[in-house]
Ligand binder design. Sequence first.
Ligand SMILES: [Zn+2]
Length: 292
Amino acid sequence: MNNEHLCPVCLTPTFILGSQTGLLDGREFLVRRCPLCRFFYVENYRIDFDHIYNENYYRGSGADPTVDYVYELENPLRTIRGYEWKGIFSIYKELVSGNGRWLDYGCGGGGLVRFAVENGVDAIGCEEGWIAQRGQMLGIPIIPLSELNKYAGSFDFVSAIEVLEHIPNPIETLLQMRKVLKPGGILFVTMGNAEPWRERFFSWDYVKCPDVHISFYEPETLKRCLSKAGFLPREFMSFNGFVDIIKFKVLKTLHIKNRSHWIDVLPWEAMARVVDKHYKVSRQPYGVAIEG
Ligand SMILES: [Zn+2]
């Protein structure tokens, strides 16, 4: 058995599902699949992080043309990203009692952190590189990963929004998040759900930028990851926060950049439920930090 191809989540031997061409320089990426935990991952992922996560990437002219983090950071009241911030904030309110401390892990420029702070929460972000500096210049509290060890057991809520698909070893990263949470603290992660795409994986938009999206999870995969990293996986009882999160995702897919009055008059509650039936975004579990 070739040890190099064991699943990073459950250590089961994996097989090659196919390959996908990157958008950055036409590199070919091998996608592997774990038959046990159903983790999909890019085997030969890029390690030139400074090259891929540069200013171009954050402006939407790099490895993932669907993002524009700089615009969102500079236009918080206009960008449709504001809907997502609102949805995540409402999930925080539901899952955390009182005004618990919040860390946004992999916060980018810190738009969500700023939103939380403006709504009265003691929140900081952690991030590396060009985009972190950009957020810091705007006065958003962002620390580098290397400083996280000073925050052991500090937070009531950790969010990681579209983070886990960018990293090769989810368990390692989840353990870092567990470390900074108080026992009983909440971990909320978002990412696409790979389950509806099980039989047609390569037609999923998420897979189209394998330069940066390298790990893909079904709810069962994420549950396993959470358990291994010291969390109790839980399913959401309420759909409330997902209305705005899905509203953002729909508008992003439609290449709509700015909020507007006509968007807000649409029946989003019903529309989001229909979308969620297909894409099962809300089926990904969250984690409760276990004591010890
Ligand atoms: Zn596995």
